[in-house]
Design a protein around this ligand. Structure first.
Ligand code: URP
Ligand code: ZN
Ligand code: ZN
Length: 459
């Protein structure tokens, strides 16, 4: 069956055009003005924008924190439903092996968790949490299996590797033109600061951001970029959150390094005063890096506006307040790190970025979809509305208003960090590879997501 989306405005990073879009099967087959219905089912999308399905390049729908599985509140089933309902048609989840396991075993585990349980398409960044000859050999095998991007950590004792190991991994990834993203925080410094505050009996969530000040992130960013320069590898920085880190990126770029920067909605619309919420509610915002100052927030927006920040993904990693965050009631260092967000990213960025005039809708399409697709070898299958691409289309209604609420959200977690925030604009309907899977913020057909096999195309 073919579908004709009629009367909408198609948006890409290059501009917007009032054109009709015909979908046949999983693909976009025609884009043009005044297309005839022929035997297509016609859908009137006038008054709406047609945006390429959003891609979230940083989710932990399933989590292995290096100590085995730490059940997050969401999983592939619930998290992907929340994602697609609001316009995210693909996620790149952080697949993380346990110590001693192979990358292949981890890939099989993540495929088992996602397959048949995902309402949006999915692929993974493969985490490298230790380095040895067999992991080295597996880098190439991951690329052959369609995994072109990797993740490493400079903090978290169960996940981090040494600088030498990062360098070795970079050299191997470089051979195949893969993409590496790193969690940049100086793990030793974090440990020192936590030990200091705990010894002083300073145990409330207020102290979480003080253990991870901007220097902890900026030092790691600078070091990471210097190592990448030695390895001659273009790299990604995940969840960059401070002005000082952006300055380190600017320095590297001035030396002609290719650096991609991701930030997240929480660093753009929330700030560190929230750690002082009464009744332990500050724990809801415990994530790493932590929420930052208004001055950092302004610098990040500036980076989003002027192109220093390339992409916005969520770092969705949800833990219930009751029973999970409260594990750290008497000691902030025991609060599980992470916040939900896969559902709310499009509405937050549209509301706080586009409707405030900070960024254009074209830029939002780049930040949430097209530029992510290009960076992670998903383009032009994903990230664009053009003939031949997957028909992942968000019919975006700019007129709606809403309020984010824990009681109405689809994420399977007992709070949202954005509770009570007003939004403008939302996904009226969502097509995943040609099938309408969501309408008015609700999933109408679930579990249609497929694994996306990625390939590095070299010119
Ligand atoms: O606090 C966070 N961000 N938790 C998820 C894991 C990570 O650091 O990305
Ligand atoms: Zn991280
Ligand atoms: Zn993360």
């Amino acid at each position: 069956m073919s579908i004709l989306l009629k009367g909408g405005v198609v948006v890409s990073v290059h501009g917007r055009r009032q054109v009709d879009v015909r979908i046949n099967g999983e693909k976009i087959v025609e884009v043009g003005t005044n297309l005839k219905a022929k035997d297509s089912v016609e859908e009137d999308v006038s008054g709406c924008f047609l945006l390429p399905g959003f891609i979230d390049a940083h989710t932990h729908l399933e989590l292995n924190n290096g100590k085995g599985s730490m059940g997050t509140a969401d999983n592939f089933y619930t998290g992907s439903k929340a994602a697609v309902a609001k316009g995210t048609t693909a996620v790149i989840d952080m697949a993380t092996p346990s110590k001693g396991s192979s990358l292949k075993e981890c890939l099989a585990t993540w495929n088992h968790l996602a397959s048949g349980n995902s309402s949006c398409d999915y692929t993974y960044h493969m985490s490298i949490i230790e380095w040895n000859p067999s992991i080295k050999k597996e880098i190439r095998e991951m690329l052959e299996a369609g995994i072109t991007s990797f993740k490493m950590y400079m903090a978290y004792d169960n996940l981090r590797t040494t600088d030498g190991e990062i360098f070795e991994a970079m050299r191997e990834i470089q051979k195949y033109q893969g993409m590496l993203g790193i969690h940049c925080e100086n793990g030793d410094m974090v440990n020192e600061m936590i030990a200091k505050f705990v010894a002083e009996g300073k145990l409330s969530p207020h102290y979480h951001p003080l253990t991870r000040p901007d220097s902890v992130e900026a030092e790691a960013v600078e070091r990471y970029l210097m190592i990448a320069d030695l390895a001659d590898l273009p790299v990604n920085i995940v969840h960059l959150s401070t002005k000082r880190s952006l300055e380190a990126v600017k320095r590297a770029r001035a030396h002609n390094q290719k650096v991609y920067v991701e930030t997240c909605p929480q660093y753009l619309v929330l700030d560190d005063h929230l750690y002082d919420e009464p009744d332990f509610e500050g724990a809801k915002y415990v994530c790493s890096p932590p929420l930052r100052s208004i001055s950092d927030q302004n610098a990040l927006w500036e980076g989003v506006i002027n192109g220093q920040v390339n992409t916005i993904s969520t770092d969705h990693c949800s833990f219930d307040f009751d029973g999970q965050k409260t594990i750290g009631k008497d000691d902030f260092s025991k609060i599980p790190n992470g916040m939900p967000g896969v559902e709310t990213r499009p509405e937050l960025i549209y509301t706080y970025g586009v409707t405030t005039g900070k960024i254009s809708l074209e830029r939002m399409v780049g930040l949430l979809s097209e530029d992510i697709a290009k960076q992670f070898a998903l383009y032009p299958q994903k990230g664009v509305i053009q003939v031949g691409s997957d028909a992942d289309i968000v019919v975006w209604d700019p007129q709606t208003v809403g309020v984010i609420s824990a009681t109405t959200q689809l994420q399977n977690v007992d709070y949202t960090p954005y509770d009570g925030m007003q939004t403008k604009g939302s996904a009226k309907s969502v097509y995943l590879r040609g099938q309408k899977v969501a309408e008015q913020g609700q999933v109408i057909v679930e579990n249609q997501g497929k694994f996306i096999f990625r390939e590095i195309v070299t010119n």
